[in-house]
Design a protein around this ligand. Structure first.
Ligand SMILES: Cc1ncc(COP(=O)(O)O)c(C=O)c1O
Length: 389
């Protein structure tokens, strides 16, 4: 499993968009969007085929099929120690839409949401899309540095409604400790704020690090937490556009479901996505275990390789299959390296530009390592030639 021969490059060149194989000139290796090069677990395809053979794709319930809600609730209860139940879970058409729906549910025009910096662009985008103001909260660039919670508290005003927590943190690979989450949760209680906890990366955690779900800390913090998660990263299901929202109670559940525009059928999670996720959670634990084992090796390979480049410095991420090297001592900025690597090495990386991760990502690149050993070795070989010119 997770060998180079398992990767079907001709198919990726037809199907993998969003800065990846199908969106780039032939011969370019994309270490860009966080979407694995490997096919999904065979059990997921089999479940979709089985479901499809019945030839019924009728409207699904706005709040999701029972089999989906039960699988996700079971996962949160058993694997994340979150005391939830199926009736508080609903599927969305992607984690991205879940984030957007939460922002829409709780932010009026001019309201403020705290957004980490650096972090994936989706938070700022969603806050602003509903008329809110994204208040930038600087978080450490190194995964094992602590958080300045005094600074966070100073950013809270009477317009603040939401704290957007991305745990694990894309792009730095930081995992928040239980102690850090406790402080964050207590701040939310003290100022009567909601926490949007995006946990899409929470399966991709490297030993000995451990993921803690903020909603598992205590019932008071859970009452202030909306959890959003997705299946694009750990199970390679990005194109199925499926995610999940876990609300703390029935009234929040209804408010977010309405904001997600699922009862009106304007939005809704496709049935095959729900089948795929239920299968992933119920039947694919061994596959995920092997995937993480492979990723642990790819993490060392890529990070060690990047650290041999003069002026590059890369920390080991605690979680996420993303390397986030600092290139500020290299004499070139992120856009220049991005351009050079693309043109001369035929390797695509994500430059640390404000539109992707916020302005604190400047001086960094982001590279995904959800691919084969051979692909990473080839990308490092090609980049090294450019770096050493
Ligand atoms: C932190 C974070 N949240 C959400 C998403 C979007 O996930 P989905 O494909 O389910 O919309 C991503 C994808 O890069 C992500 O990194």
């Amino acid at each position: 499993m997770f060998t180079h021969s398992e990767i079907n490059l001709p198919l990726l060149r037809q199907r993998a968009f969003n800065l990846r194989w199908a969106a780039l000139p032939d011969g370019v290796i994309p270490l860009t969007a966080a979407d694995p090069d490997f096919p999904c677990a065979p059990q997921i395809s089999e479940a979709i085929i089985k479901y499809s053979k019945d030839r019924y794709f009728s409207y699904a319930p706005a709040e999701g099929y029972a089999f989906f809600k039960e699988a996700v609730a079971k996962f949160f209860i058993e694997k994340r120690n979150v005391l939830t139940q199926p009736s508080l879970v609903f599927p969305t058409d992607s984690a991205a839409h879940g984030i957007h729906a939460v922002c829409k549910a709780y932010l009026q025009k001019g309201d403020e949401a705290i957004v980490f910096n650096p972090v994936d662009f989706l938070f700022k985008y969603s806050v602003e899309a509903v008329g809110g103001n994204a208040i930038s909260f600087p978080v450490p660039l190194h995964p094992n540095e602590g958080i300045d919670f005094n600074l966070l508290e100073n950013l809270i005003t009477d317009r603040t409604k939401l704290i957007c927590l991305c745990n694990p943190l894309n792009p730095t690979g930081k995992l928040f400790s239980a102690a850090e989450l406790m402080v964050l949760g207590n701040l939310a209680i003290k100022h009567n704020l909601l926490i949007l906890s995006d946990e899409i990366w929470s399966d991709i955690v490297f030993e000995p690090n451990q993921f803690v779900s903020i909603a598992s800390l205590n019932s008071n913090i859970q009452a202030h937490t909306i959890t959003v998660t997705g299946y694009s990263k750990s199970y390679g299901l990005a194109g199925l556009r499926v995610g999940a929202v876990i609300a703390p109670n029935e009234s929040h559940f209804q408010q977010i479901l309405q904001a997600a525009e699922q009862p009106s059928t304007i939005h809704g999670c496709n049935v095959l996505g729900q089948v795929a996720v239920a299968t992933a959670l119920n039947d694919c634990e061994d596959w995920l275990f092997e995937f993480i084992k492979h990723l642990t090796q790819m993490r060392s390979l890529l990070v060690d390789g990047l650290n041999t480049f003069p002026g590059f410095h890369c920390e080991l991420p605690q979680a996420c299959y993303l390397a986030f090297p600092s290139i500020s001592a290299s004499g070139k900025n992120a856009s220049e390296w991005h351009q050079l690597f693309l043109e001369k090495a035929k390797v695509a990386v994500v430059p640390g530009l404000p539109q992707w991760f916020g302005d604190r990502a400047s001086g960094h690149l982001r590279l995904s390592f959800a691919t084969s050993k051979e692909t990473i070795e080839e990308a490092l070989f090609r980049m090294q030639k450019v770096v050493l010119i």
